[in-house]
Design a protein around this ligand. Structure first.
Ligand code: G6P
Length: 363
């Protein structure tokens, strides 16, 4: 209990450690006024000759990988994210112009190691993005970038996701500069948003309504999470976290996919959590209307500046207004708290969910 620092569970402690973890992740790495980035071991020119970037990862780290490939691809460099277990059995063509980044908190996940070994054997350059210095992934890859989130004990990943997303964005911008030849146009706004991120997370921790929302909906039949763009990985991660620790049925979808199947499951007893990315809100709102027409309660996760969304939904979990590439981290903190409180109300063993392990070392 001493290790829990007064919190009932490690998970809640680690959720609350995110402002500190993010400060550690970002410390010395960004100069938001000038737009400069300094990543140890990755000076300018490190990625000259790279043409494409692939991410391989599992679980929560896969969702951080999706955020990474979105960041990189939207800035002009081809990038994709693969589930490591699939990459290992069906490896896409790679060559020495391909950078393969393994996103793995532990650095020991068997599927991710296996995918990285396949990439390496095919001639790709490999990089481990990990929390653990000296881990197998860090040792075996050509390069490593440490997310510096501090130890995470709870099986459900929380602070490491936030630090992974911050890290893939900084690394992504470094790669983009080398490959495209110039810095991203909006990079000062992105870095300024990252500089504000620890305080913004603290604001959510101080003022969240997640407990109230969990109380209102925790006896529902199922829970759906939808999002577009940068909110899509957040929808997937929101659902993963919810099912991992509450044992309730939860699914995350790209908002546009709802009408291609999941809509059949939507009823008045299946709340829908709609995560807004600040860029595609009108389209996501039209999906919200589709589920509302089937009687489902809708809880939006959106910027506190977005009044249009608030008028159309039953409840809102607000996040401070920020850059769309950073908003996902904030939305995810609200959903971590929602999952935590729902699981606590259902009296689940939050830090050690049944059948799950912190690090999965078998394929
Ligand atoms: C396990 C954990 C997840 C984690 C995944 C990948 O399934 O329960 O929380 O996201 O492994 O772990 P990694 O260490 O590779 O990030």
């Amino acid at each position: 209990d001493a290790g829990k620092g007064g919190y009932e569970h490690y998970m809640l402690k680690e959720i609350h450690e995110q402002p500190t973890a993010l400060r550690q992740t970002l410390r010395g790495r960004i100069e938001h006024v000038t737009g400069d980035i300094s990543l140890e071991d990755f000076p300018e020119g490190t990625f000259d000759g790279i043409r494409r970037v692939q991410f391989v990862a599992c679980g929560t780290s896969y969702h951080a990988g999706l955020a990474g490939s979105h960041f990189i691809e939207s800035r002009g460099v081809p990038s994709q994210t693969f589930l490591a277990s699939e990459y290992a059995v069906s490896t896409p063509p790679v060559d020495d112009e391909t950078l393969v980044i393994g996103v793995t908190q532990s650095g020991e996940t068997a599927d991710t190691l296996s995918a990285l070994r396949r990439a390496n054997a095919s001639g790709a350059r490999t990089l481990a993005l990990t929390n653990v210095i000296g881990s197998t992934a860090a040792r075996e890859c050509d390069d490593a970038l440490f997310i510096r989130a501090g130890p995470e004990i709870g099986v459900a990943a929380t602070k490491t996701f936030s630090s992974q997303v911050a890290s893939v964005s900084l690394l992504g911008e470094r790669i983009v500069r080398d490959v495209v030849g110039h810095r991203s146009e909006d990079i000062e706004a992105v870095l300024s948003a990252f500089a504000d991120l620890p305080d913004h997370v603290q604001q959510i921790l101080d003022f969240t309504k997640a407990h109230r929302i969990a109380k209102r909906y925790h006896d529902s039949d199922a829970y759906f999470f939808i999002g577009r763009g940068t909110a899509f990985p957040v929808a997937l991660e929101g659902a993963l976290k919810f099912k991992e620790i509450s044992y309730e049925h939860a699914e995350g979808f790209a908002a546009g996919e709802l009408k291609h199947g999941p809509l059949a499951l939507v009823t008045p007893t299946t709340p829908v959590f709609a995560v807004f990315d600040g860029q595609n809100d009108e389209k996501t709102l039209s999906n919200v209307k589709e589920v509302e027409a089937r009687g489902a309660p809708v809880i939006a996760v959106t910027s506190d500046a977005n009044e249009t969304v608030s008028q159309h939904v039953d409840d809102v979990l607000t996040i401070p207004d920020t850059h769309p590439d950073v908003a996902g981290v904030l939305a995810n903190v609200q959903l971590q708290l929602l999952s935590y409180h729902a699981a606590a109300l259902l009296d689940r063993p939050i830090d050690k969910p049944r059948n799950l392990a912190k690090s999965v070392t078998v394929e």
